[in-house]
Design a protein around this ligand. Structure first.
Ligand SMILES: [Cu+2]
Length: 470
């Protein structure tokens, strides 16, 4: 793994201008650290990249600045699970035009680390071992529980889907947001500002750039979105998630509590092609008169057989396995004990699932096999005892959940135990020779479809209890 993206290959400015070899992508990712990094902020605006146009390469990214993450508000068309092209907007990592066959509408995961760098990496912690195909290998057999395993504590990295930004505790978040579209847009980190308020650029005029700087908020999960004409711009694709992680507790849900083997981020979304069509034609959707009718439902940007990693594209399948399809070796545990140590170097924890819903459908995430232990909602720790009902009618207490409710603009942290399912009787459990896979589907049934009917082409996944290790 090379978590720091090749800072050594920084390209001097003149070379950038002259070289047809260096594409805008390289500019954005590599053109930073030593060469361009010497430029002060004040000089940036004079460094117009107009001469750096590479034939057929489209618009060119601004020269990057160390420690600053650039986001480009772009538009383009994305292929849905039924091959329909639907107009989208998004916070991209490079400037692209609407007709680009591969528009940049989402960010490759990026990390603001505590030493002031921006590191593009699909995995975190940056120096941790990568789980093969996303699956942490066991530490060793559990001698007391045949067919089960001890797992490694504080060892495996996790893979993250597109749109995820990670900030280490103590880091300074510095963004430049470029609005490349014809209407005003805004970048808001919900709840990440002072005293739990929003951190926002304010409206960004068409063709303009805005800065946003803030200290990393408390460890937790934060949605970012464009709240303009809510929920329209968000539904069109202007959303993502920020995770704040204390590197000293990188395997704890909350510092000092609830250790996990690895974590998963599940970002749910719903797409309305009619809203997209109106906006693509230059109109503005009025969500009160043109009611939302979502027809595509995604989990980490994929639906149906693509979300399940069952395509003919091995690259796409692997990405789904690494980012979405929860898997692990069985371990004997009581997940409510929050990662008890079985012996030195081992852990009997589960895996953390951060479910995040920037969409507009209330999801009901249903796991077969094992129940999940829900511990937090919207960065509020659930108590272990003394349950109560919140003002919005939700039961607030740590609990086993068969179906995890996930409201729009809400997020929940749950632990999936990866243990022997309670209905697996001995003759079945000890006859195991292969992986056991269990469905995860949403009980808001329309979300299981695509294009108004194709079933199960929507928000689906599965999770795997690995078979006996060889
Ligand atoms: Cu079910």
């Amino acid at each position: 793994m090379a978590p720091v993206e090749n800072n050594q290959e920084a390209v001097p400015d003149d070379a950038v201008r002259d070289s047809a070899e260096v594409r805008r992508w390289d500019l954005l990712r590599y053109g930073v650290a030593t060469g361009l990094g010497l430029v002060g902020l004040g000089a940036i605006n004079s460094r117009k990249p107009a001469n750096a146009v590479v034939p057929d390469a489209g618009p060119v990214a601004e020269p990057t600045i160390p420690g600053v993450l650039d986001l480009y508000i772009n538009e383009g068309y994305l292929k849905m699970v039924d091959d329909t092209l639907v107009y989208h907007r998004g916070f991209g990592e490079r400037p692209t035009e609407a007709r680009d066959p591969r528009p940049s509408l989402a960010l490759t995961p990026a990390v603001f680390n505590a030493t002031g760098e921006v590191v593009f990496s699909r995995s975190y912690p940056l120096n941790a071992a990568l789980p093969p195909a996303g699956v942490p290998a066991p530490y060793k057999a559990d001698p007391v529980n045949p067919g089960q395993y001890y797992i490694r504590r504080n060892y495996w990295a996790s893979y993250f889907p597109q749109r995820v930004i990670i900030a280490e505790t103590g880091s300074r978040l510095r963004f430049r947001i470029y609005n490349r579209l014809a209407k005003p847009h805004e970048f808001v980190l919900h709840g990440a500002g002072l005293d739990g308020g929003d951190a926002t650029t304010g409206p960004i005029a068409p063709g303009s750039m805005a800065w946003l700087e803030l200290d990393a908020p408390a460890p937790g999960t934060y949605i970012y979105s464009d709240p303009t004409n809510a929920p329209v711009e968000r539904v069109l694709g202007l959303f993502g998630a920020l995770l704040v992680i204390d590197p000293a507790f990188a395997w704890d849900v909350v510092p000092g509590r609830a250790s996990f083997e690895r974590q998963w981020v599940w970002i749910c979304h719903a797409i309305d092609p009619e809203w997209a069509r109106i906006e693509a034609a230059g109109g503005t959707v009025d969500p009160r008169t043109t009611r939302a009718v979502p027809r595509y439902f995604t989990l980490n940007g994929r639906s149906g057989f693509e979300s399940l990693g069952l395509t003919k594209d091995p690259v796409l399948n692997l990405a789904a396995q690494e980012e979405t399809l929860i898997a692990g070796y069985p371990r004997q545990l009581d997940v409510r004990k929050f990662g008890e140590g079985a012996e030195a170097g081992t852990l009997r924890g589960g895996q953390l699932v951060r479910m995040i819903n920037p969409g507009l459908v209330a999801h009901q995430m249903h796991f077969h096999g094992n129940h999940l232990w829900t511990i937090r909602r919207d960065n509020v720790n659930f108590p272990r005892h003394d349950a109560f009902v919140s003002a919005d009618g939700h039961i607030v207490v740590q609990q086993w959940e068969d179906v995890v409710e996930l409201d729009p603009m809400s997020h929940k942290d749950c632990v999936i135990p990866l243990k022997r399912p309670p209905d697996a009787i001995d003759p079945v459990w000890f006859a195991r020779t292969s992986d056991w896979q269990y469905p995860m589907h949403c009980h808001a049934e329309p979300s299981q479809t695509a294009a108004g009917g194709m079933y199960p082409g929507g928000l689906v996944a599965h999770w795997t209890l690995k078979g006996p290790a060889s």
